[in-house]
Design a protein around this ligand. Structure first.
Ligand SMILES: [Zn+2]
Length: 117
């Protein structure tokens, strides 16, 4: 593939103040959103995801969300939500009344980590 042809498919850089869309409780630049390839059985919307780099951490936080409201966060190097686990995860988040569920794979949280804004 030529460089020009590749550039046609690569994502444009984020423009500050550019268009943002809702991903769970967050507003995310539209060019960071990608589709997972499975639908939420509850709201019938395609589950979307976006990656967010965290200062001081190697892996990105991947945020997954559908139209139900809550989002699911996992580290980039861990197991991602699937069509099989999605409904139970969203049901748990809705029952608990939280906006974001983070799965952390049993690893220690780095000292000084106090969440993400
Ligand atoms: Zn849903």
């Amino acid at each position: 593939m030529s460089a020009a042809r590749f550039a046609q498919f690569s994502r444009p850089p984020h423009v500050p103040g550019g268009k943002e869309v809702a991903l769970g409780p967050f507003n995310v630049p539209v060019e960071l959103i990608s589709l997972t390839g499975f639908d939420c059985p509850r709201c019938r919307q395609t589950v979307r995801r976006a990656g967010q780099a965290m200062p001081g951490l190697v892996a990105r936080m991947m945020i997954y969300a559908c139209g139900c409201g809550p989002a699911v966060g996992v580290w980039e190097d861990e197991c991602a939500p699937t069509a099989i686990t999605w409904q139970a995860t969203i049901a748990m988040a809705l029952a608990a009344g939280v906006g974001l569920v983070i799965f952390h794979g049993g690893k220690e949280t780095p000292p000084g980590f106090s969440g993400a804004n």
